[in-house]
Design a binder for this molecule. Structure first.
Ligand code: NAD
Ligand code: MG
Length: 394
């Protein structure tokens, strides 16, 4: 099936192509027919120049960008003799965002993804959004930029893809609640005492999903779910009390939508990000993909439990951030990214991450709301600075 009947391939840029989502995106493109279906415009990465250059060569991308300026010459050398242009740093990412791609896979990790994704949205590209930080930090400003640009926003996060697939736009008036499922991560059954001394290696080992480092550790602390609650609020225009979280260790139900008549619609599938990626890249076509099929006769059980906000305080912080509104999401996220870096380098313990996020949020209560995206960047910077201060005192 051709995605665009009688038309040329869909022009697509992949931001964060060397990461876990990026690599899966290129794999999905391959399965869907490669260059017959997609013309890859830009690929972007950070440190892994070898992989980035290889991706540029195999896709024939017009532009390859490393966000790390010091790697510019290495990338240039690796791509000499090809038709791919090379750029680096923030200006390089901007250049990638401005290329005329109709569709953009936004899969950079962290707040670094906000500026290029926003620029692509503003010029009207349809955004396949993996980078949840765009919504957590940019909030309604980001949603408004997409609307003003005239493109669409299609979630890639598996929970939000599930909700998007279960939401009937003609029945939005009857939407009652959104139920985000959470695997509970590797420490689901740990006491706080047991979590105190866990290592990065044990925190990154997810029971069901294979993902990048940040999101894997975020699944262990449930900070990832906290970000996803805020992501859902902005994506689907619901309030904090319409968002529920349920722990579902098998990760088969990817999330659910509850309606006013008591019906609950769920989307199920094997835990493989390629389903959500393929859905977002081809919406609304839903072409075939070679992912594992669920065999219900072999699924012995599906379990559900209430999340524990004492052991996983990130969930409570997300509610606080949503209820306070303004830039508390951006503040929580920036503080947590800073604390995550300190956990990875061994400067703080696992439980300190939530402690630091909470301290920074408290210190910045009443911070003025954002009227422009520059306010978001300034606030993000201040929250990081404050988080670094707290980290030094641990
Ligand atoms: P990853 O760490 O595997 O990859 C991140 C990508 O961003 C890489 O290409 C990396 O080179 C690039 N990058 C890193 N730092 C950068 C910087 N400062 N500037 C520009 N680019 C930079 O991460 P991932 O797991 O693929 O996740 C990407 C995004 O998708 C995250 O926001 C994550 O929360 C979200 N997401 C991921 C999954 C998953 O299964 N991996 C699922 C749902 C949502
Ligand atoms: Mg998710």
């Amino acid at each position: 099936m051709k995605l665009t009947a009688n038309n040329p391939p869909r022009r697509l840029s992949v931001f964060g192509s060397t990461g876990s989502i990026g690599v899966n995106t290129l794999d999905v493109i391959d399965h869907l027919g490669g260059s017959d279906q997609f013309e890859v415009m830009a690929v972007t990465g950070h440190a892994n120049i070898e992989l980035l250059a290889e991706q540029a060569r195999t896709t024939g991308a017009r532009l390859a960008v490393t966000a790390d300026e010091s790697q510019y010459m290495a990338l240039k050398d690796a791509l000499s003799g090809t038709k791919t242009d090379v750029a680096a740093g923030k200006s390089g990412l901007k250049e990638a965002a401005e290329l005329d791609a109709e569709w953009v896979m936004a899969a950079i990790v962290g707040t670094a993804g906000l500026a290029p994704t926003l620029a692509a949205a503003a010029r009207g590209a349809t955004i396949a959004l993996a980078n949840k930080e765009c919504l957590v930090s940019g909030g309604d400003l980001f949603v408004d930029a997409v609307k003003a640009g005239g493109g669409k926003l299609i979630p890639v996060d598996s929970e939000h893809s599930a909700i998007f697939q279960c939401l009937d736009n003609n029945q939005r008036h009857a939407l009652e609640r959104i139920i985000l499922t959470a695997s509970g991560g590797p420490f689901r059954a740990y006491t706080r005492e047991q979590m105190r001394d866990v290592t990065v290696q044990s925190a990154r080992t997810h029971p069901n999903w294979s993902m990048g480092l940040k999101i894997s550790v975020g699944s262990a602390s449930m900070f990832n779910k906290a970000l996803e609650m805020i992501e859902a609020k902005h994506l689907f225009g619901v309030t904090s009390d319409q968002i529920e979280v349920v722990v579902h260790p098998q990760s088969i139900i990817h999330s659910m939508v509850g309606y006013a008549d008591g019906s609950v619609l769920a989307q199920l599938g094997a835990p493989d990000m390629r389903t959500a990626i393929g859905y977002a890249l081809t919406y609304p076509s839903r072409p075939g993909l070679p992912v594992e099929r669920l065999d219900f006769t072999k699924l012995s059980r599906l379990d559900f439990e209430a999340p524990d906000e004492d052991r996983f305080p990130a969930l409570r912080l997300a509610r606080v951030a949503m209820e306070r509104g303004g830039l508390q999401g951006a503040i929580m996220n920036a503080a947590e990214e800073t604390a995550f870096d300190a956990f990875v380098t061994g400067d703080i313990g696992f439980l300190d991450m939530a402690g630091i996020a909470e301290k920074v949020m408290e210190a910045m209560v009443g911070h003025p709301p954002a009227s422009s995206i520059d306010d978001v960047y300034k606030t993000d910077e201040e929250a990081r600075h404050r988080a670094s201060g707290f980290i030094k005192h641990i």
